[in-house]
Design a protein. Structure first.
Length: 357
Protein backbone atom coordinates (compact mmCIF):
# COMPACT_ATOMS: atom_id res chain seq x y z
CA UNK A 1 0.00 0.00 0.00
CA UNK A 2 1.25 3.47 -0.81
CA UNK A 3 2.13 5.66 2.12
CA UNK A 4 2.00 9.42 2.12
CA UNK A 5 4.00 11.74 4.29
CA UNK A 6 2.65 15.22 4.71
CA UNK A 7 4.43 18.23 6.08
CA UNK A 8 2.85 21.67 5.96
CA UNK A 9 3.59 25.09 7.30
CA UNK A 10 0.55 27.05 8.38
CA UNK A 11 0.38 30.83 8.02
CA UNK A 12 3.92 31.18 6.86
CA UNK A 13 5.55 32.51 3.74
CA UNK A 14 8.24 29.82 3.79
CA UNK A 15 6.56 26.58 2.66
CA UNK A 16 7.60 23.10 3.57
CA UNK A 17 7.46 19.99 1.42
CA UNK A 18 4.89 17.30 0.79
CA UNK A 19 6.41 14.16 -0.70
CA UNK A 20 4.63 11.26 -2.28
CA UNK A 21 6.59 8.01 -1.99
CA UNK A 22 5.87 4.80 -3.81
CA UNK A 23 6.94 1.57 -2.11
CA UNK A 24 10.03 1.75 0.03
CA UNK A 25 11.76 4.64 -1.73
CA UNK A 26 12.49 6.31 -5.01
CA UNK A 27 13.38 4.02 -7.89
CA UNK A 28 15.50 5.18 -10.81
CA UNK A 29 13.27 4.31 -13.73
CA UNK A 30 12.71 6.18 -16.99
CA UNK A 31 9.48 8.16 -17.24
CA UNK A 32 7.06 6.66 -19.75
CA UNK A 33 5.38 9.30 -21.92
CA UNK A 34 2.55 8.91 -24.37
CA UNK A 35 3.22 9.88 -27.96
CA UNK A 36 0.27 12.26 -27.66
CA UNK A 37 2.10 14.46 -25.15
CA UNK A 38 3.46 17.84 -26.24
CA UNK A 39 7.17 18.59 -26.20
CA UNK A 40 6.63 20.83 -23.19
CA UNK A 41 5.04 17.95 -21.30
CA UNK A 42 7.87 15.63 -22.27
CA UNK A 43 10.41 18.11 -20.94
CA UNK A 44 8.43 18.52 -17.72
CA UNK A 45 8.21 14.77 -17.17
CA UNK A 46 11.85 13.88 -17.67
CA UNK A 47 12.71 14.29 -13.99
CA UNK A 48 11.73 11.43 -11.70
CA UNK A 49 10.11 14.00 -9.39
CA UNK A 50 8.23 17.17 -10.25
CA UNK A 51 7.77 19.87 -7.61
CA UNK A 52 4.64 22.01 -7.36
CA UNK A 53 4.07 24.95 -5.03
CA UNK A 54 0.53 25.60 -3.82
CA UNK A 55 -0.24 28.87 -2.04
CA UNK A 56 -3.67 29.08 -0.46
CA UNK A 57 -5.67 30.80 2.26
CA UNK A 58 -5.70 29.45 5.78
CA UNK A 59 -8.99 27.58 6.04
CA UNK A 60 -8.41 25.36 3.00
CA UNK A 61 -5.58 23.38 4.60
CA UNK A 62 -7.74 20.54 5.90
CA UNK A 63 -9.24 19.93 2.46
CA UNK A 64 -5.93 20.03 0.60
CA UNK A 65 -4.37 17.60 3.05
CA UNK A 66 -6.78 15.00 1.64
CA UNK A 67 -6.92 16.15 -1.98
CA UNK A 68 -3.18 16.33 -2.63
CA UNK A 69 -2.45 12.64 -1.91
CA UNK A 70 -5.29 11.63 -4.23
CA UNK A 71 -4.00 13.79 -7.05
CA UNK A 72 -0.42 12.68 -6.51
CA UNK A 73 -1.41 9.01 -6.65
CA UNK A 74 -3.39 9.63 -9.84
CA UNK A 75 -0.48 11.48 -11.48
CA UNK A 76 1.94 8.74 -10.44
CA UNK A 77 -0.30 6.07 -11.92
CA UNK A 78 -0.81 7.91 -15.20
CA UNK A 79 2.67 9.38 -15.68
CA UNK A 80 5.02 7.27 -13.56
CA UNK A 81 6.23 10.45 -11.88
CA UNK A 82 6.33 11.50 -8.23
CA UNK A 83 4.85 14.88 -7.26
CA UNK A 84 6.32 16.91 -4.42
CA UNK A 85 4.06 19.66 -3.12
CA UNK A 86 5.30 22.71 -1.30
CA UNK A 87 2.44 24.37 0.54
CA UNK A 88 1.87 27.72 2.21
CA UNK A 89 -1.30 28.70 4.06
CA UNK A 90 -2.23 32.07 5.54
CA UNK A 91 -4.48 35.09 5.17
CA UNK A 92 -5.46 35.53 1.52
CA UNK A 93 -4.27 39.12 1.35
CA UNK A 94 -0.95 38.24 2.95
CA UNK A 95 -0.49 35.27 0.63
CA UNK A 96 -1.20 37.46 -2.38
CA UNK A 97 1.47 39.94 -1.38
CA UNK A 98 3.92 37.10 -0.75
CA UNK A 99 3.41 35.74 -4.27
CA UNK A 100 3.83 39.19 -5.80
CA UNK A 101 6.96 39.71 -3.68
CA UNK A 102 8.58 36.48 -4.82
CA UNK A 103 6.95 33.39 -3.29
CA UNK A 104 7.04 31.28 -6.47
CA UNK A 105 3.62 29.67 -6.42
CA UNK A 106 2.70 27.43 -9.32
CA UNK A 107 -0.95 27.40 -8.25
CA UNK A 108 -2.84 29.90 -6.09
CA UNK A 109 -6.16 29.10 -4.42
CA UNK A 110 -7.27 32.29 -2.72
CA UNK A 111 -10.29 33.61 -0.87
CA UNK A 112 -11.46 36.08 -3.49
CA UNK A 113 -10.96 36.86 -7.17
CA UNK A 114 -9.58 40.30 -6.33
CA UNK A 115 -6.43 38.69 -4.92
CA UNK A 116 -5.87 36.69 -8.10
CA UNK A 117 -6.43 39.87 -10.10
CA UNK A 118 -3.67 41.58 -8.10
CA UNK A 119 -1.27 38.80 -9.05
CA UNK A 120 -2.41 39.19 -12.66
CA UNK A 121 -1.72 42.94 -12.55
CA UNK A 122 1.76 42.16 -11.22
CA UNK A 123 2.41 40.29 -14.47
CA UNK A 124 2.52 36.78 -13.02
CA UNK A 125 -0.85 35.50 -14.31
CA UNK A 126 -2.09 36.04 -17.85
CA UNK A 127 -5.40 37.84 -18.41
CA UNK A 128 -8.35 35.52 -18.90
CA UNK A 129 -7.30 33.14 -16.11
CA UNK A 130 -10.92 32.82 -14.98
CA UNK A 131 -11.73 31.11 -18.29
CA UNK A 132 -8.93 28.56 -17.91
CA UNK A 133 -10.81 26.49 -15.32
CA UNK A 134 -14.44 25.37 -14.97
CA UNK A 135 -17.09 27.53 -13.30
CA UNK A 136 -15.18 30.77 -14.04
CA UNK A 137 -12.34 29.36 -11.93
CA UNK A 138 -14.48 29.33 -8.76
CA UNK A 139 -13.57 26.06 -7.04
CA UNK A 140 -15.60 26.28 -3.79
CA UNK A 141 -18.40 28.32 -2.28
CA UNK A 142 -19.41 29.14 1.26
CA UNK A 143 -21.55 31.64 3.17
CA UNK A 144 -21.10 33.65 6.35
CA UNK A 145 -22.07 32.11 9.68
CA UNK A 146 -22.88 33.63 13.08
CA UNK A 147 -21.25 31.54 15.82
CA UNK A 148 -22.23 31.89 19.48
CA UNK A 149 -21.37 30.23 22.77
CA UNK A 150 -23.22 27.01 23.52
CA UNK A 151 -26.89 27.67 24.13
CA UNK A 152 -26.57 31.17 22.67
CA UNK A 153 -26.81 32.94 26.07
CA UNK A 154 -26.98 36.42 24.55
CA UNK A 155 -29.68 35.46 22.04
CA UNK A 156 -27.75 36.43 18.92
CA UNK A 157 -29.66 35.09 15.92
CA UNK A 158 -29.48 37.72 13.19
CA UNK A 159 -27.07 40.35 11.89
CA UNK A 160 -28.95 43.07 13.75
CA UNK A 161 -28.22 41.37 17.07
CA UNK A 162 -24.49 42.10 16.64
CA UNK A 163 -24.97 45.72 17.68
CA UNK A 164 -26.51 44.88 21.06
CA UNK A 165 -24.73 46.62 23.95
CA UNK A 166 -22.13 44.42 25.63
CA UNK A 167 -21.84 41.96 22.73
CA UNK A 168 -18.24 41.29 21.70
CA UNK A 169 -17.85 40.33 18.03
CA UNK A 170 -14.83 38.46 16.66
CA UNK A 171 -14.03 38.85 12.95
CA UNK A 172 -10.73 38.97 11.07
CA UNK A 173 -9.10 42.06 9.58
CA UNK A 174 -10.29 42.76 6.00
CA UNK A 175 -6.97 44.42 5.28
CA UNK A 176 -5.23 41.04 5.49
CA UNK A 177 -8.02 38.46 5.28
CA UNK A 178 -10.18 37.64 2.28
CA UNK A 179 -12.66 35.97 4.60
CA UNK A 180 -13.02 39.17 6.59
CA UNK A 181 -13.89 41.08 3.42
CA UNK A 182 -16.68 38.62 2.79
CA UNK A 183 -17.83 39.17 6.40
CA UNK A 184 -17.85 42.90 5.81
CA UNK A 185 -19.92 42.51 2.64
CA UNK A 186 -22.36 40.23 4.45
CA UNK A 187 -22.85 42.89 7.14
CA UNK A 188 -23.24 45.70 4.60
CA UNK A 189 -25.58 43.63 2.43
CA UNK A 190 -27.75 42.70 5.38
CA UNK A 191 -28.93 46.32 5.24
CA UNK A 192 -28.75 47.20 1.53
CA UNK A 193 -30.33 43.92 0.41
CA UNK A 194 -33.31 44.38 2.73
CA UNK A 195 -34.39 47.88 1.75
CA UNK A 196 -31.89 50.01 3.68
CA UNK A 197 -29.78 52.68 2.01
CA UNK A 198 -26.00 53.00 2.15
CA UNK A 199 -26.12 55.54 4.96
CA UNK A 200 -27.99 53.05 7.13
CA UNK A 201 -25.58 50.31 6.10
CA UNK A 202 -22.62 52.42 7.14
CA UNK A 203 -24.20 53.26 10.48
CA UNK A 204 -24.94 49.59 11.14
CA UNK A 205 -21.49 48.30 10.18
CA UNK A 206 -19.86 51.04 12.25
CA UNK A 207 -21.85 49.92 15.27
CA UNK A 208 -20.82 46.31 14.70
CA UNK A 209 -17.11 47.22 14.58
CA UNK A 210 -17.46 49.17 17.80
CA UNK A 211 -18.19 45.77 19.34
CA UNK A 212 -15.06 44.19 17.81
CA UNK A 213 -12.28 44.08 20.44
CA UNK A 214 -9.54 42.59 18.24
CA UNK A 215 -8.95 41.99 14.52
CA UNK A 216 -7.09 38.70 13.89
CA UNK A 217 -5.13 38.51 10.62
CA UNK A 218 -7.12 35.69 9.03
CA UNK A 219 -10.14 33.42 9.45
CA UNK A 220 -8.15 30.60 11.04
CA UNK A 221 -6.70 32.94 13.67
CA UNK A 222 -10.15 34.43 14.31
CA UNK A 223 -11.40 30.93 15.06
CA UNK A 224 -8.51 30.36 17.45
CA UNK A 225 -9.26 33.63 19.26
CA UNK A 226 -12.89 32.61 19.74
CA UNK A 227 -12.56 28.88 20.39
CA UNK A 228 -9.14 28.44 21.98
CA UNK A 229 -8.67 31.77 23.72
CA UNK A 230 -12.32 32.12 24.70
CA UNK A 231 -12.65 35.73 23.58
CA UNK A 232 -15.90 37.19 22.31
CA UNK A 233 -19.60 36.36 22.44
CA UNK A 234 -20.01 35.87 18.71
CA UNK A 235 -17.75 34.96 15.80
CA UNK A 236 -18.39 35.82 12.15
CA UNK A 237 -16.71 33.26 9.97
CA UNK A 238 -17.03 31.02 6.95
CA UNK A 239 -19.68 28.34 7.29
CA UNK A 240 -17.03 25.80 6.28
CA UNK A 241 -14.69 26.94 9.05
CA UNK A 242 -17.48 26.53 11.58
CA UNK A 243 -18.32 23.04 10.31
CA UNK A 244 -14.66 22.08 10.53
CA UNK A 245 -14.47 23.41 14.10
CA UNK A 246 -17.46 21.22 14.98
CA UNK A 247 -15.71 18.21 13.49
CA UNK A 248 -12.58 18.93 15.51
CA UNK A 249 -14.52 19.39 18.73
CA UNK A 250 -13.18 22.90 19.23
CA UNK A 251 -15.37 23.83 22.16
CA UNK A 252 -19.11 23.91 22.67
CA UNK A 253 -20.90 26.42 20.48
CA UNK A 254 -24.01 27.10 18.45
CA UNK A 255 -24.27 28.69 15.02
CA UNK A 256 -26.80 30.02 12.57
CA UNK A 257 -26.69 30.77 8.84
CA UNK A 258 -28.44 34.11 8.33
CA UNK A 259 -31.17 34.06 5.67
CA UNK A 260 -29.66 37.20 4.12
CA UNK A 261 -26.13 36.30 3.17
CA UNK A 262 -23.30 36.54 0.62
CA UNK A 263 -21.98 33.86 -1.71
CA UNK A 264 -18.33 33.42 -0.76
CA UNK A 265 -16.73 32.36 -4.04
CA UNK A 266 -13.11 31.16 -3.91
CA UNK A 267 -11.03 31.00 -7.13
CA UNK A 268 -8.03 28.96 -8.24
CA UNK A 269 -5.45 29.82 -10.90
CA UNK A 270 -2.18 28.68 -12.43
CA UNK A 271 0.59 31.27 -12.01
CA UNK A 272 1.76 31.41 -15.61
CA UNK A 273 5.13 33.07 -15.16
CA UNK A 274 6.18 30.60 -12.47
CA UNK A 275 4.98 27.39 -14.14
CA UNK A 276 6.78 28.39 -17.32
CA UNK A 277 9.93 29.09 -15.33
CA UNK A 278 9.67 25.82 -13.40
CA UNK A 279 8.42 23.83 -16.43
CA UNK A 280 5.52 22.60 -14.31
CA UNK A 281 2.58 23.76 -16.43
CA UNK A 282 1.30 20.23 -17.31
CA UNK A 283 1.10 19.06 -13.71
CA UNK A 284 -0.16 22.45 -12.45
CA UNK A 285 -2.99 22.52 -14.97
CA UNK A 286 -3.83 18.89 -14.23
CA UNK A 287 -3.98 19.67 -10.50
CA UNK A 288 -6.37 22.58 -11.06
CA UNK A 289 -8.55 20.38 -13.26
CA UNK A 290 -8.54 17.67 -10.58
CA UNK A 291 -9.97 20.12 -8.02
CA UNK A 292 -13.27 20.09 -9.91
CA UNK A 293 -13.64 16.31 -9.97
CA UNK A 294 -16.19 14.60 -7.71
CA UNK A 295 -13.31 13.09 -5.70
CA UNK A 296 -11.82 16.48 -4.82
CA UNK A 297 -15.17 18.23 -4.43
CA UNK A 298 -16.27 15.60 -1.92
CA UNK A 299 -13.18 16.38 0.17
CA UNK A 300 -14.05 20.08 0.09
CA UNK A 301 -17.62 19.23 1.14
CA UNK A 302 -16.43 17.02 4.01
CA UNK A 303 -14.75 20.01 5.66
CA UNK A 304 -17.71 22.32 5.07
CA UNK A 305 -17.28 23.96 1.67
CA UNK A 306 -20.30 24.12 -0.61
CA UNK A 307 -19.23 22.20 -3.71
CA UNK A 308 -19.46 23.63 -7.23
CA UNK A 309 -19.65 20.20 -8.84
CA UNK A 310 -23.37 19.62 -9.46
CA UNK A 311 -23.23 15.89 -8.74
CA UNK A 312 -21.58 16.40 -5.37
CA UNK A 313 -23.78 19.40 -4.61
CA UNK A 314 -26.86 17.20 -4.91
CA UNK A 315 -25.26 14.49 -2.77
CA UNK A 316 -24.66 16.88 0.15
CA UNK A 317 -27.59 19.29 -0.26
CA UNK A 318 -29.11 18.31 3.10
CA UNK A 319 -25.89 19.29 4.87
CA UNK A 320 -26.16 22.98 3.98
CA UNK A 321 -29.06 25.26 5.01
CA UNK A 322 -30.79 27.10 2.19
CA UNK A 323 -30.18 30.85 2.06
CA UNK A 324 -33.22 32.86 0.96
CA UNK A 325 -31.46 36.04 -0.14
CA UNK A 326 -27.92 35.48 -1.42
CA UNK A 327 -25.94 38.42 -2.75
CA UNK A 328 -22.83 38.05 -4.91
CA UNK A 329 -19.78 40.13 -5.72
CA UNK A 330 -21.67 41.53 -8.68
CA UNK A 331 -24.39 42.77 -6.31
CA UNK A 332 -21.79 45.18 -4.90
CA UNK A 333 -20.41 46.20 -8.30
CA UNK A 334 -17.53 43.75 -8.69
CA UNK A 335 -14.21 43.52 -6.87
CA UNK A 336 -12.61 46.62 -8.37
CA UNK A 337 -15.51 48.72 -7.15
CA UNK A 338 -15.59 46.96 -3.78
CA UNK A 339 -11.87 47.48 -3.21
CA UNK A 340 -11.91 51.15 -4.14
CA UNK A 341 -15.04 51.84 -2.13
CA UNK A 342 -14.42 49.85 1.03
CA UNK A 343 -10.87 48.62 1.50
CA UNK A 344 -8.36 50.96 -0.11
CA UNK A 345 -6.44 53.07 2.39
CA UNK A 346 -8.56 55.88 3.72
CA UNK A 347 -11.86 54.53 2.40
CA UNK A 348 -14.95 53.24 4.20
CA UNK A 349 -13.39 50.47 6.30
CA UNK A 350 -10.57 52.73 7.53
CA UNK A 351 -13.08 55.46 8.27
CA UNK A 352 -15.25 53.03 10.21
CA UNK A 353 -12.22 51.84 12.16
CA UNK A 354 -11.24 55.38 13.09
CA UNK A 355 -14.69 56.04 14.54
CA UNK A 356 -14.95 52.61 16.18
CA UNK A 357 -11.85 52.97 18.36
Amino acid sequence: MKQYKLQTLTQSLKPLTFAVLAGVGFSILPVLASSKLSSEQLIAQKPKTVELTLVSYAVTQAAYSKIIPQFAAKWKKEHNQEVVFRQSFGGSGSQTRAVIDGLEADVVALALALDVEKIEKAGLIKPGWEKEAPNNAIVTRSVAAIVTRQGNPKKINTWSDLVKPGVQVITANPKTSGGARWNFLALWGSVTQTGGNEQKARQFVTQVYKNVPVLPKDAREASDVFFKQGQGDVLINYENEVILAKQKGEGNFSYTIPAVNVSIDAPVAVVDKNVDKHKTRPVAEAFVKFLYTPEAQREFAKVGFRPVNTTVSKEVSSKFPKVNKLSTVQTFGGWDTIQKKFFNDGTIFDQIQSTSR
